[in-house]
Design a protein around this ligand. Structure first.
Ligand code: PLP
Length: 391
């Protein structure tokens, strides 16, 4: 049978996932290639208690259909947290609940992009966004991501000359690089945006995961009507609940809501109720403190082992999040490191899929959140041996 798929499917980037699945299903391989939060830090008991309470007290409500925008008390919780944590005057009306912040990427692209439209993002950029946007057949223009944020000249050119519909960025502990925008660059980006028609899409998957527990202020604070923020409980509570949100000005959110309704009517209401019960009966900040203490320790360990065992590589030094990026010495390809690594029971992710232009062949993304400290120590020894053998 020959299937006649839509043309847009051909635009979707080739997926590396199959190989990754093979790697992650082999328990003898230490994998830094995936992107999972630590399972050990999910409060399974607290979530089980919240689930029992919801099912005992209001099962018929929680198992019924609901409105598209999401459970109002949960949206109020999110808006309240923006006001208190970041001093941003968010209201529940500006929050739409979604199925993990990944859904925002799809719905936002569906809302804004016609075939051939220009969209901007960082180079390297988040693979999940490249995949989601590609299905709407835009031209993806990239801006080099420097140590402290996007190259401002390139960003200004892109926004003013190419007139991208929106620019997608991850100012806090970016995936894949682990980089964080400086306050100066956030201010400069807001100033450049102000004289353009470009919307800034801040993906804030990691904003609560700074190792120093200090919040960084979003670009949206300076350009409230020209920026949206996507957020998620995946990294602070549990990714399997699939609860995230879009925080956007009403002029965007009303239309976003139409697109969301057409896609799935609403996000899983039972999970929204359980999550809200959990958040109001447990100390989220205490949970986050545990997570950032563990991730900070694991990140420092990985960086030290790079410096001690593989001084010929350079790597980023994240202030938060779950990933860092390493650059190989000249002449060594990340694909070879991946293939040899798997043979030697350590997996790292080649950077290639994060570059829409086919670059980054000398880069690796490493996840430090899911492996134990012992696995990090052993896995980095294995990686060092692989790299030494390829030189
Ligand atoms: C930068 C970034 N954005 C969005 C997501 C999607 O997360 P979720 O859909 O679980 O909120 C991820 C997942 O790791 C991510 O790294």
């Amino acid at each position: 049978m020959q299937y006649h798929f839509a043309d847009r499917i051909a635009r979707a980037p080739a997926s590396f996932l199959e190989e990754l699945f093979r790697v992650s299903s082999d328990p003898t391989i230490i994998s830094f290639a995936g992107g999972l939060p630590s399972s050990a830090l999910i409060d399974t008991e607290g979530i089980a208690r919240a689930t029992r309470e919801v099912m005992e007290e209001e099962p018929q409500v929680a198992l019924q259909y609901t409105t598209t925008d999401g459970y109002l008390p949960l949206r109020e919780f999110i808006a309240d947290r923006y006001r208190h944590r970041l001093g941003v005057p968010a209201t529940a009306d500006e929050i739409q609940i979604v199925n993990g912040s990944q859904q925002c990427l799809d719905l936002f692209a569906k809302l804004f992009l016609n075939t051939g439209d220009h969209v901007g993002m960082e180079r390297p950029g988040y693979l999940g966004a490249i995949e989601a946007f590609s299905l709407y057949e835009p031209v993806i223009d990239t801006v080099p991501l420097e140590e402290d944020g996007p190259d401002l000249n390139a960003f200004e050119r892109l926004v003013k000359k190419t007139q991208v519909k929106f620019f997608y960025g991850i100012p806090n502990s970016q995936n894949p690089s682990g980089r964080t925008y400086s306050q100066e660059k956030r201010k400069a980006i807001a100033e450049i945006l102000e004289s353009s028609g470009t919307v800034f899409y801040e993906d804030d998957a990691f904003g609560e995961l700074f190792f120093d527990a200090q919040p960084r202020l979003p670009v949206k604070r300076r350009v409230p009507d020209q920026a949206v923020i996507s957020g998620s409980f995946s990294k602070t509570v549990a990714p399997g609940m699939r609860i995230g949100w879009m925080y956007a000005p009403s002029g965007i959110l009303a239309k976003f809501n139409v697109v969301k309704q057409a896609a799935d009517l609403h996000s899983n209401f039972l999970c929204q109720k359980i999550l809200h019960r959990y958040l109001t009966t447990h100390d989220l900040d205490a949970n986050i403190r545990k997570i950032v203490a563990a991730y900070g320790r694991k990140c420092r360990l990985m960086c030290e082992l790079f410096d001690d065992l593989m001084p010929q590589l350079t790597h980023t030094r994240p202030e938060g999040g779950m990933f860092l990026m390493a650059t190989l010495p000249a002449g060594l390809s990340s694909r070879r490191v991946f293939d040899e690594g798997v043979k030697n029971k350590v997996a790292v992710l080649p950077g290639l899929p994060f570059y829409v232009d086919g670059g980054g062949t000398d880069t690796l993304r490493l996840n430090f959140s899911s492996a134990s400290d012992e696995q990090i120590a052993e896995g980095m020894q294995r990686l060092a041996r692989v790299i030494a053998s390829l030189r």
